[in-house]
Design a protein around this ligand. Structure first.
Ligand code: FAD
Length: 460
């Protein structure tokens, strides 16, 4: 049912008319996120600028049982901020203030609409470091990062968003404001509600402030690129580096298709005569960096690397990392529809999983580019397809089903960082099992008994 004029009037009263969008042209822009082939028109889009306004919107929605879909920048890749029919899209991008940088406690307090890059820059400005760096960091919001528990290129050594969240302000579906966590390094008082909200994909509450941990900036860094004539050799290099007890800050790979698309797009001089490329970075104390870099080069060569290039300066290092960050955009240029997934397996199973993905693509006659966070076992098989071709889309879905089944069989997971949303919800019961599904459903019912927050996401 469309939103009533009375409801829209109340929303304008809470937020100001300029912060409530209702025209068809405006709503179209919020009818999808970064996930391919999913669109749904909302009832309206509203922009809150304070926690109090978020509370007002939620209280009204709860009373009238109107679905609310919280949205940051809409870069999500599992349909998390895809609207429900006639819902209120509650957009946080205008809650974009950095509230405090606390150098004594090494923390930063921000509103949810601050971008990941702005958090990283605020840390750098005081000589500190915020490591989580999703490929989308220039535009993704910190609220979206927390709601998806996003990872990034540095996850292997530094962890993911969860490892940096010390506290959260959350507005619950009935409008009540809750604080969980604080600046204490240790705090075991009660359940860790903070951890419950991290990764909750907008289904349990709206995050309105985030207290993040910062760490000292590493003194030195070295960036290397190794190329291989066989994917197995690249995967074996990763296993050998980990087995040698080296934890690089970045261990990323691109397959042949992705290398060609990236080079065509970013023109950074990547070698084109190889089947696989590893981007390796180590950071820390200068002496340790020298030592680890030398060992990584040695292991790459031992595994038959065709070439190992060491970036000669920061400029070249940044270019190489930027090339990897552009992988998704580069692949997206070559087909009308790009479906990017994130099957993840224990690192010991990487080579087997990569071979399986290649075999599945061949079996279903599909074009695929694979890249990903190899050091984390997190693969992004990316199908280059066309959503208007229904017959091909059927094959794509069949291929994904086989890939996720295999990931689960190998002890992996259906998503390493992009979340469940709508894209993966059919796979969650098989992965999570009956007991986890029951507890998740009961938690959701306890916090949101009327089911207004992001209905139909993660599970029904
Ligand atoms: C080119 C590209 C590269 C990417 N690279 C990575 C990567 O390396 N690693 C990775 O993990 N992801 C990556 N992503 C996915 C995506 O950027 C992340 O999931 C990101 O955290 C989403 O942020 P957002 O602000 O766009 O959130 P949105 O897409 O707007 O929302 C995502 C989810 O969070 C919820 N949400 C948003 N804000 C709030 C809030 N304040 N309170 C409660 N719930 C909220 C929404 O309801 C939705 O369920 C990439 C995406 C693209 C397009």
């Amino acid at each position: 049912m469309a939103l009533s004029s009375d409801t829209l009037e109340k929303l304008r009263g809470f937020l100001g008319a300029a912060n409530v969008l209702t025209s068809k042209e405006d709503l179209i822009a919020y009818s999808f996120d970064g996930t391919a082939a999913l669109t749904q028109m909302p009832g309206c889009v509203v922009f809150a600028t304070t926690s109090r306004q978020v509370g007002d919107v939620l209280r009204l929605a709860n009373e009238q049982r109107i679905p609310v879909v919280t949205r940051g920048s809409g870069t999500g890749l599992s349909g998390g901020s895809l609207p429900s029919p006639d819902c209120i899209v509650l957009c946080t991008v205008r809650m974009n203030r950095i509230l405090e940088v606390d150098r004594a406690n090494l923390t930063v307090l921000v509103e949810p609409g601050v971008t990941t890059l702005q958090v990283a820059d605020a840390a750098t400005a005081v000589g500190l470091f915020y490591p989580p760096d999703p490929g989308s960091m220039k535009i993704s919001t910190i609220g979206g990062n927390v709601a998806e528990n996003s990872g990034g290129l540095r996850g292997l050594k530094y962890g993911i968003t969860r490892n940096y969240v010390m506290g959260l302000e959350v507005v619950l579906p009935d409008g009540e404001v809750l604080w969980t966590g604080n600046k204490c390094v240790k705090d075991v008082a009660g359940y860790s509600l903070r951890d419950l909200f991290i990764g909750s994909e907008g289904t349990l509450g709206v995050i309105t402030q985030v207290l993040l941990k910062l760490i000292p900036k590493p003194a030195a860094k070295k960036t290397m690129v190794a190329t291989y004539s066989a994917m197995d050799a690249a995967a074996q290099t990763v296993s050998d580096i980990i087995a040698a007890q080296i934890i690089p800050c970045t261990l990323e790979f691109l397959d042949r298709t992705t290398i060609h698309c990236v080079e065509d797009y970013a023109k950074v001089g990547l070698p084109l005569d190889c089947e696989a490329l590893l981007l390796m970075e180590t950071d820390g104390h200068p002496a340790a960096v020298e030592d680890e870099a030398a060992k990584m080069v040695e292991l790459a060569k031992k595994n038959g690397a065709m070439e190992v290039r060491i970036a000669k300066d920061d400029d070249e290092a940044t270019k190489l990392a930027a090339a990897r960050r552009s992988a998704f955009s580069a692949l997206a240029r070559v087909a009308p529809t790009t479906i990017l997934e994130d099957a993840t397996v224990p690192r010991s199973e990487l080579a087997r999983m990569i071979r399986f993905v290649e075999a599945v693509a061949k079996k279903h006659r599909l074009r695929i580019g694979t890249f990903g966070h190899m050091g984390d076992g997190n693969l992004h098989p990316t199908f280059l397809t066309d959503e208007r071709n229904h017959e091909e889309m059927k094959r794509v879905h069949e291929a994904f089903k086989e890939i996720f089944d295999e990931a689960i069989r190998l002890g992996g997971t259906i998503t390493g960082e992009h979340g469940v949303g709508v894209a993966k919800k059919d796979f969650l019961p098989k992965f999570a099992g009956a007991a986890q599904m029951r507890v998740m459903r009961e938690l959701r019912r306890a916090l949101d008994p009327r089911g207004i927050l992001n209905p139909g996401k993660m599970f029904d």
